[in-house]
Structure formats: structure tokens, C-alpha cells
Write a protein that binds this ligand. Structure first.
Ligand code: ZN
Length: 354
């Protein structure tokens, strides 16, 4: 199932499964069971918008994973830390609960990892449940009886504190992620400009600017290699990156679509702040403002540090493509990104309004 792609016109039991999952989320679908018709496509798009996935109405691996994860509700299953970790909206709810109660479950990403395990055990200790790290009947019962006010989460405070302690980009470890690569060229422009090549070029220039400001820079890939998104996130985590910047280009079936957009993971406050800095620096270059958006791309969701994915322009737009082909423009983009990252670190540590 996971490597297949389902789109309008398909008919199979798997399509019926997709429809059942969408309906259980409250989506209304008129198509006959098992037939991926216009109604199913519309429901898929609505679901994708809700989850911050590119709303193309097609069920590929990313959308399928989100569909499965969204089906889990707190109390549906026994949870504990394992490999590969449990993932789902029940874990998101568990993390939100633990964070709200003052146990630091880390970033609310719906993945049961080390931080969440530690918070579960701390909760069990404090509430007199056997400290086994297993969220079963007893732990659920202890959790469900508690009144919760929602303060700022510990993970958010920690990100904020680290940034304000730094006071500048100097000495921080920035992970730069050039999109695609290897066998995956990414999107192509009408004049055959290749997304992977442009990303690689801008990434190198950005790294130069960051190093000039005293930051340490690591890449998630080599020029010849194109790892999957979770692998890139894993690499950033394992080297202890403090900031993650993924570079891509936007593409659209409508060639008039143009301009820059920046994405961040929905529960990362610092990611949102960084995205605003980057987006406004790009708009200052004269690029059309495609705004910042909450998203659940794996590189944003599975990284443990403030992370953004930036698409400075549309490779499918002939004018944007022409600009991207110009080394001076790529240099200007890299320079703007470098400045934006520096200004993110320099911003006074007051809380943004979101
Ligand atoms: Zn891309």
C-alpha cells in the first residue's frame, strides 16, 4: 500500500479503505465504494489542506501516512517507546496533555520518542502509577481525570531560550538541506531548469554566508545523493543541529503561479518566527508573497530543532525560472536567507503572537 499512488479514476479495495478513513474523519463522499471519483478527490484535498500536505487530491505515501496517523484517538491502543516509534494523533494528544501538565514531552509531533517516554515516566512517578513507560489502562485513567490549563509548552520555551541565549548566529550549528538530488531531479521548468541543481547551488551560497557570520554549517546530503526526507531529518537530529533550513522550489500546473513561500511545522513557534523572517527577506527581493504556511513535511515534523522549508520561487513560472537561471539572483536569494537567519537569532526574545 505504502508505495502505491491512488488518484481519480482508480477502483480498488484500497480506495474503499481510503474512503472509510476519510468518512470516519467526518468527510462526506458521494462516490460509490471503491471508486476514486470527483467526490473522493475533493475529500482528499480537504484532508490534505487540514494536515498541511500539498493539496493535489492524490493519495501517495505522505498523504496515506497522515491518513493512518489521523485515525488514532487517545485510548485506542497501548503506547510505549519502541522502534520504529508509534506515530499518530493519539500521541499528539498525549504529548499535548503531558506538556500542559508541566511534564516536558518535547515537541508535539505525534511521534513517541525519547522525550515523550521520559515525560510518561515522570508523570507515572508523580501520579503513583507503576513507572513502566507504558500508557495502558491505569495511565489513561490517571491522565483523563486531570483538569488542564494550557500554558506555553516546555519544548517551545526551550527553543525560545536557546535562541535568545545565542543572541546571534555566531557559533550556532545550522543544517542546510538542499532538496532532491541523486536520482531525484525534483521539478523542471519550461526551459528545463532542474530544481535539484538550483537548490544545490543556493545551498552552497547560503552556507558561505552563514560561515562568514561565524555559524557552523552541515548539509543533509552530498551533491550526488538524494536521501528520503525522514533520513534527512534523522541526519540533522543526530548531529545536533540547532536550526534546519530546507531548500526547494515551488511548482504549479498553472504557469502564471509565481513567487516565494515558506513552511514550518504547526506546533513549532520558533519555526514560525524563522519562517516569517525568511519570507519577508524574500519579498524584499521583489518576489511575490506566497506567505508562510504550517505544514507537516517530514523534514519539518521529524526534525528536533526549529525548521523551515523555503521555496524562493516557482520553477514552473517562465519569469521566475529566468531569474533562477541567473547566478546573481541565486546569490541575492542566498544572501537574503543568510540575513534572515541572522535576524531571527538577533530578534528580542519577546513572544510572537501566534
Ligand atoms: Zn521540491
Amino acid at each position: 500500500m505504502t508505495d502505491k499512488i491512488f488518484r481519480e479514476g482508480d477502483r480498488s479495495d484500497e480506495v474503499a479503505d481510503i474512503q472509510t478513513r476519510l468518512r470516519s474523519l467526518g468527510m462526506h463522499i458521494e462516490d460509490e465504494p471503491g471508486l476514486f471519483g470527483a467526490g473522493t478527490k475533493q475529500a482528499v484535498r480537504a484532508f490534505q489542506q487540514l494536515r498541511g500536505v500539498v493539496a493535489d487530491g492524490i493519495v501517495g505515501r505522505h498523504t496515506w501516512n497522515e491518513l493512518v496517523e489521523s485515525g488514532w484517538k487517545l485510548n485506542d491502543r497501548v503506547l510505549y517507546m519502541r522502534h520504529p516509534p508509534f506515530r499518530g494523533d493519539d500521541i499528539l494528544a498525549l504529548q499535548a496533555r503531558l506538556n500542559a501538565l508541566g511534564f516536558d514531552a518535547g515537541r508535539e509531533d505525534g511521534i513517541l520518542g525519547r522525550d515523550t517516554d521520559r515525560a510518561i515516566r515522570a508523570f507515572q512517578r508523580e501520579y503513583g502509577v507503576a513507572e513502566d513507560g507504558i500508557v495502558g489502562i491505569k495511565t489513561y485513567a490517571a491522565l483523563s481525570g486531570l483538569r488542564i490549563d494550557r500554558p506555553v509548552t516546555a519544548a517551545g520555551l526551550r527553543e525560545e531560550l536557546r535562541r535568545s541565549e545565542r543572541g546571534g548566529v555566531f557559533d550556532s550549528l545550522v543544517v542546510v538541506d538542499p532538496g532532491h538530488g541523486g536520482d531525484d531531479p525534483g521539478a523542471r521548468g519550461p526551459n528545463d531548469t532542474c530544481e535539484a541543481d538550483v537548490c544545490w547551488d543556493i545551498a552552497g551560497r547560503l552556507a558561505g554566508h552563514l560561515v562568514e557570520s561565524g555559524a557552523k554549517v552541515r548539509f543533509t546530503r552530498t551533491e550526488a545523493d538524494g536521501p528520503e526526507e525522514p533520513e534527512r531529518a534523522q541526519r540533522a537530529n543526530s548531529i545536533g543541529g540547532e536550526l534546519f533550513v530546507s531548500l526547494h522550489l515551488n511548482s504549479h500546473h498553472e504557469p502564471t503561479a509565481e513567487g516565494a513561500s515558506t513552511y514550518y511545522f504547526r506546533t513549532s513557534r520558533s519555526g514560525a518566527v524563522l519562517a516569517e523572517h525568511v519570507q519577508s527577506a524574500l519579498v524584499d527581493l521583489g518576489l511575490k508573497d506566497g506567505r508562510t504556511h504550517a505544514s507537516s513535511y517530514p523534514v519539518l515534523k521529524e526534525t528536533r530543532m526549529p525548521a523551515i522549508l523555503v521555496e524562493p520561487a516557482h520553477i514552473t513560472n517562465p519569469d521566475d525560472e529566468k531569474r533562477l537561471d541567473d547566478p546573481e539572483f541565486r546569490e541575492a536569494v542566498a544572501h537574503a536567507l543568510g540575513r534572515a537567519i541572522a535576524s531571527y537569532y538577533e530578534e528580542p526574545p519577546e513572544r510572537p503572537n501566534r
